[in-house]
Structures are given as structure tokens and as C-alpha cells.
Design a protein around this ligand. Structure first.
Ligand code: TRP
Length: 339
């Protein structure tokens, strides 16, 4: 298959908060596995992060850390473009133009905005505008596919609406993107509360998440502490009461890429949940050890990391700069150095 025929994929990842195994198994691992079948753009969305208050030094560290983790997880800089959103100025510029064709009512309806704004005394304009920046991210690249969690489905719908509205007003310009949502079974749940998705917001709650950079001892401790039940059977189940065991089996399945029945077979002779937890911790540690090692190397060698990111930003600009020119020209802006 020639590279022209490859589907283009765009996804964004927030640098705020430590990445955990929910991010890894729910998103990153799949990106790595499919990186050669598609043309991929993975963007660390620092401009989205500043829609809520951030400590500047922490944000900078977390942005670099997220980038290093993506490379350490196996994204190959020679086939995918990993870049920092704020280093490619087309995103913010395109966002402005899209703002001017996006009805305010569309943004006020967004459930994530309503949730985040909720009881806050003061909310930034950026928080309201968040989905327009996300639409700019996606449609600047003519992305066909947007892999996101279920919570981002509405934002991708909005990106489609904005793309269609622009096309209608100014003529065919944008590809209308599709959200690609992982099946519910691929979701990692909180170890302390297996009926809620593992989330960065609770990453500090003891025993909730396993961070991608956690040391083996910590991983073991978190898994050992995971909530289970009193049924004692090590099988997959939809029963909410057994969701703890289901989640541990799901993690094991995600690491080993085995089928459900193969996974259950692996535990047929296990002696209780103690054994289950030991095995899950072992496979997780084995999976994460090499990632942590590569991460440590990259984060120490900041020149190398900067070079990889500059390469990603160049590739991103090579697509999004001409696209932005086209957009500017369509809405009637005078391009520099041209008619
Ligand atoms: N809003 C997304 C999230 O929180 C991150 C994001 C920003 C994104 N821009 C994007 C995801 C573009 C996909 C495509 O998860």
C-alpha cells in the first residue's frame, strides 16, 4: 500500500497529570501497534492544558515527560509525528478563524465544559473554546480518524460540525473526521474503584492508578491492594460486584494480547486472588520495565528529545502550514508574499 493510501490519524494527549496504564492500554499501546498501517500525528496538547490553571514549571516538565513516554512506549519517530501543540503555531491561528464561524450556543452545550465549569467561581474563555482548538488540531491535518476515549466523542462530533459548516460557507476545504472509540472492554478501571474509569484526576488517590513510570515495588503494592470480591472465581464477568477481578483480568489480557478464554485458562490452577494479583503485577512490571528504562535515558538526554520533537513539529508544519494558507485565503485574508 502506497503512503498516499494510508488513512491519516490525529490524536491529542494532555500533558497534565502522570500518564497511567489506563492511558497506555486504552490509547498509546494501540497507536504503537498500528503505527505502520496509518499516517499518524500525535500531539501533546499543552495549549489545551492551560485552559485551567497550571504551574508553569510543572507544565513544562509534564509536557516533556509525556513526549518522552510516547517515544519510550515505542512510537517510532521515523514513522509517526509526535509534537508539542504550542510549537506549531497553525493550531492557535486556525482556532481563531474557526471561532469566527462557530456559534456560541454549540460551545455552551458541551457536557465537558458544563462539568468543568460547574461550580467554579470564574472560568476562562479558553475553557469554553477548548473544543474549537481541538477541532483545529484535527481538521488542519485532514485527519480521517481520531482515536479518543468515549468522553471525547462529543468534541469530535463538534469538530465534524465545524468542518461541515466551513465547507458549506467557503466550499470544500476540510475532511470530516470520525471518532474511533475503543470498545468498553479495553478500558482500564480504577484499582480502588473498579466501576469507574482509571483517571488522571484520581492519580494521587492511593491505590487508584498504576503510573507508567511506577517502580516495580509500587506496582506490586497497588495491584495487591486492588479491590476484589468474595466469589473467588477467576473469570471475566459483567457483574458490577465482580468488576475488580474483571479489571485485573482485563489488564492481564491487555498485556499478553491473549483471548479471554486463554486468559481464564492461565488462571485455572491459580490459588485464589492472591495468585491472580501476583501474576498481574508480574506481567505489568515486565511490560513497563523497558519503557521506564528508555524513558529515563531520553529524559536525561534533553538534546535528543528536543531533536525528536523538532522533527515532529517540522512534519506537522509541513501539512498544517499550507492548509492554514488555504483557509486564510478562503475567508479573504491577504496572504503574505502572494496575491
Ligand atoms: N481533548 C482531548 C482529551 O482530553 C485531547 C485532545 C486535544 C485531542 N486535541 C485533540 C484528542 C485532537 C484528539 C484529537 O483527551
Amino acid at each position: 500500500m502506497g503512503s498516499e493510501a494510508k488513512k491519516r490519524v490525529f490524536s491529542g494527549i494532555q500533558p497534565s497529570g502522570d500518564l497511567h496504564i489506563g492511558n497506555y492500554f486504552g490509547a498509546i499501546k494501540g497507536w504503537v501497534e498500528h503505527q505502520s498501517d496509518k499516517e499518524n500525528f500525535f500531539c501533546i496538547v499543552d495549549l489545551h492544558s492551560i485552559t485551567v490553571a497550571q504551574d508553569p514549571d510543572t507544565l513544562r516538565d509534564q509536557t516533556r515527560s509525556a513526549a518522552a513516554l510516547l517515544f519510550a512506549s515505542g512510537l517510532d519517530p521515523s514513522i509517526c509525528s509526535v509534537f508539542i501543540q504550542s510549537q506549531v503555531s497553525t493550531h492557535a491561528e486556525c482556532c481563531w478563524i474557526l471561532n469566527c464561524i462557530t456559534p456560541l450556543g454549540w460551545l455552551e452545550r458541551m457536557t465537558q465544559f458544563k462539568d468543568k465549569a460547574g461550580d467554579q467561581a470564574s472560568v476562562s474563555t479558553g475553557l469554553l473554546d477548548y473544543p474549537v482548538l481541538m477541532a483545529a488540531d484535527i481538521i488542519l491535518y485532514s485527519a480521517h480518524e481520531v482515536p479518543v476515549g468515549d468522553d471525547q466523542r462529543q468534541h469530535v462530533e463538534l469538530a465534524r460540525d465545524i468542518a461541515q459548516r466551513f465547507n458549506h460557507l467557503y466550499g470544500e476545504t476540510f475532511v470530516v473526521p470520525e471518532a474511533v472509540i475503543p470498545e468498553a472492554g479495553a478500558r482500564v478501571m480504577g484499582l480502588n474503584d473498579p466501576n469507574a474509569k482509571m483517571s488522571k484526576s484520581f492519580a494521587d488517590v492511593r491505590g487508584h492508578a498504576v503510573g507508567m513510570l511506577d517502580e516495580p515495588k509500587e506496582i506490586e503494592r497497588s495491584v495487591k491492594r486492588a479491590v476484589t470480591d468474595s466469589h473467588g472465581e477467576i473469570i471475566f464477568s459483567d457483574d458490577a460486584e465482580r468488576s475488580g477481578v474483571n479489571n485485573l483480568l482485563g489488564i492481564y489480557k491487555a498485556v499478553t494480547n491473549k483471548t479471554k478464554s486463554e486468559v481464564e485458562k492461565d488462571f485455572r490452577d491459580a490459588r485464589g486472588y492472591g495468585d491472580l494479583k501476583t501474576r498481574v503485577a508480574e506481567v505489568l512490571i515486565e511490560e513497563l520495565n523497558p519503557i521506564r528504562d528508555r524513558y529515563q535515558e531520553l529524559i536525561k538526554d534533553s538534546d535528543q528529545l528536543d531533536k525528536l520533537l523538532a522533527r515532529g513539529a517540522d512534519r506537522a508544519a509541513s501539512i498544517s502550514v499550507p492548509k492554514l494558507q488555504e483557509i486564510k485565503s478562503k475567508v479573504g485574508l491577504v496572504l503574505s508574499g502572494g496575491p
